[in-house]
Design a binder for this molecule. Structure first.
Ligand code: ATP
Ligand code: MG
Length: 456
């Protein structure tokens, strides 16, 4: 038997690996958990491409050289013995038909620059969550036709990945959350999940490895064994569980109480709409609005348009808006109120008690599941809440960076801090017949409740 035939007949992919081999999209990711046959699948796919398409140029990347050597150079040298020549000085396998698999590593942020101007029809990134987003983007620029192939071929990138690592967010956004921006098109991205339980070879030959994964601490186990992308080390809200908190949307009954909470900054306006039944037996976040670069009057207009026909009891908003901040001596609240928003009240910005409240709401159960339910439409909240990390200095607080992750959770915190009850406090609330004028009367400017319905 020729070496190529021998190699091909020795590869027996298991079902998710087969799906990975067959996938045709421009960006194909595989894995999501430890031991799911990722490194094997990546190696095998690249070799299959090199054999199938003469002249194809392939680049395989890992984060560090020792990983590259152990996971790929050594095994590939065994597989390709008698099939392709390995050139150690350039770390590449050269195939007789002109195909080439080059191996590289990007240990420093700037290491991607060395590939600038180079072209590869196929790029593989192993353990993609260990690469930064900018390294990923730099490599997408190299993924194009190199000009030595006869056949039509769409350049593409293959990824393997586990949750966690510097690249967790971009990999999760593209392949798990499928939240696309700018020129990104959903059809270009495919994710094929696999866990150790799919890997019959490992289960049979190395059951201790499976036991090691099974005995990891609970959060790490959820990430590495079950491939749960919502948990990672340093996570602030480990209470968040998308399977519990994201709920099937429903028509909010007419007697439910509604209110909204807004975190405002010029970089981002983030507003959430809440509703709860009169007996306070649960709370839902039923809508979100996020938009960068809005001045206050535009923010007011957008929020008003989205609340049309709904009776919001109040809108609690970033407390700094109550101070005089705009020219002409107007406060942010004046401008919002001129824009037609009613019931404005400055949010309670005590961060740590506020986050504790968020934790309590996330943990609580109601008769039908989680007490706090979030409609799928609130994509940004669902995406960023599990991404918040602990502040490295003020250890009980959430980190302020990446800033992009803080807006929707801040709005949630404002909303929950505004409630006069905690999840356990069941009490029948009557429809509002409160005299808001009396309630707000006599309050100092800047105090909660100053801007009441009586404005205008
Ligand atoms: N199709 C296959 N045929 C034979 N052995 C396989 C196959 N797929 C995976 N294996 C074997 O299973 C073991 C684990 O596979 P692999 O290293 O590819 O998993 P991984 O997901 O990369 O693991 P890790 O998370 O540790 O990086 C290896 O010994 C590998 O050779
Ligand atoms: Mg691996």
């Amino acid at each position: 038997m020729k070496p190529v035939e021998k190699l091909l007949s020795s590869l027996h992919p298991f079902p998710p690996q087969e799906d990975f081999f067959r996938a045709k999209a421009r960006r194909i990711a595989y894995g999501g958990a430890r031991g799911g046959g990722k490194s094997f699948a990546m190696r095998a796919k690249l070799v299959l491409l090199a054999l199938r398409y003469p002249g194809i140029q392939i680049l395989l990347l890992r984060r560090t050289f020792p990983e590259l050597r152990e996971n790929h150079i050594n095994p590939l040298r065994r597989w390709l013995y008698g099939i392709a020549t390995y050139k150690d000085s350039t770390k590449e396998f050269l195939f007789p038909g002109g195909s080439r698999i080059k191996l590289g590593y990007l240990s420093e942020e700037g290491d991607a620059l060395q590939y600038q101007g180079q072209a590869y029809e196929v790029i593989g990134m192993e353990e993609a969550t260990q690469f930064t987003e900018s390294q990923y983007y730099a490599m997408t620029e190299c993924c194009r036709l190199a000009g030595q192939m006869q056949e039509n071929f769409t350049p593409r990138m293959y990824f393997t990945c586990n949750p966690g690592g510097v690249g967790h967010a971009w990999v999760k956004r593209l392949f798990i959350d499928r939240d696309y921006r700018g020129g990104e098109v959903a059809e270009d991205y495919v994710f094929i999940p696999s866990t150790v339980y799919d890997n019959r070879y490992l289960l049979k030959e190395n059951p201790e490895y499976v036991r090691t994964l099974e005995s990891l601490p609970p959060l790490r186990r959820r990430a590495m064994l079950d491939g749960d992308w919502d948990v990672f080390e340093g996570q602030y809200f480990t209470e968040f569980d998308r399977a519990r908190h994201e709920i099937v949307p429903f028509e909010i009954p007419a007697d439910w109480h509604r209110f909204a909470a807004m975190d405002y900054g010029l970089d981002m306006t983030a507003c959430l709409w809440f509703a709860y039944p009169p007996d306070r037996s649960r709370l839902v976040v039923y809508r979100e609005f996020n938009e960068p670069d809005l001045v206050l009057s535009q923010a007011a207009k957008e929020i008003r348009a989205r609340s049309e026909g709904e009776e919001l009891r109040y809108l609690t908003a970033s407390p700094d808006l109550a101070g005089r901040r705009q020219e002409g001596g107007k406060s942010g609240f004046d401008i919002l109120s001129q824009g037609g928003l009613r019931g404005l009240t400055p949010a309670d910005n005590a961060r740590i008690p506020g986050w504790r409240r968020v934790r309590e709401f996330l943990r609580a159960e109601s008769g039908e599941g989680a007490y706090l339910g979030i409609f799928p439409q609130c994509r940004n909240l669902l995406r960023t809440l599990p991404r918040l990390t602990f502040d490295p200095v003020k250890t009980e607080d959430a980190a302020l960076t990446p800033h992009e992750y803080t807006h929707a959770p801040d709005a949630l915190r404002y909303g929950l801090s505004s409630l006069p009850f905690l999840p356990g406090d069941l009490k029948e609330e009557k429809p509002v017949v409160r005299d808001l004028r009396a309630e707000f009367f006599g309050k100092e400017k800047g105090q909660r409740g100053y801007y009441g319905f009586f404005k205008k």
